[in-house]
Design a protein around this ligand. Sequence first.
Ligand code: GLP
Length: 224
Amino acid sequence: MIEINKYKNYDEMSKWVVEQIRDAINFNSVTKHFTLGLATGSTPLGIYKYMRDETWDSKKVYTFNLDEYADLPYNHPQSYEHFMEENLFAYKQFRYSYFPENERYDDIIKNNGGIDIQILGIGTNGHIAFNEPGSPRDSLTRKVELTENTRKDNSRFFDIIDDVPTHAWTMGIESIMRAKQIYLLANGKHKKDILEKACYGDITSDIPASYLQEHNNIEVLYCD
Ligand code: GLP
């Protein structure tokens, strides 16, 4: 079981996470670099908005995104790389930003010292990154097929559902569990039920986010 911390509103929730990132980066300033795990979707947009005004040296920060659609050209307006460019990278220059596109991703993360802070959202079917229901606990970065539920949820960013890619590259459950600190965020009443199941219910591959109960350094944030 993990405690769910309820926030007054989306801005407060986003600001709190940015404060944690700031403190951790400043604390780590004696070390060579910092490694930040980033998520896409609408939930982290507030974090990225507040991050733009931060004055810490982003040049010592490496970023690793959780997932990326497969078979989309990199400059496609709905690619996650494009999303990050538009919402964060255009404002803040990081040392290097990685996206998963092959099975070497976990080794690259490891060679960079592992992820210090991982930002995570949750899908309405309990997926994290693109680890859909049924994903094994020991999964690493791989190419996966998206469920109809996820394609439907994400179709709001595309003209029609047929345009939503059928496959994606995603960090696995094990890849995510290796992060030293995780912040899982959910925004909106439509996420409450699945979040409670993930945090209070049984640990099961039917709800991939429930594996996070086994992480010893996770904070769950919710606002409606
Ligand atoms: C996508 C992403 C997930 C994200 C989820 C929720 O499927 N692959 O990483 O957590 O959407 O998105 P939103 O924050 O828009 O609800």
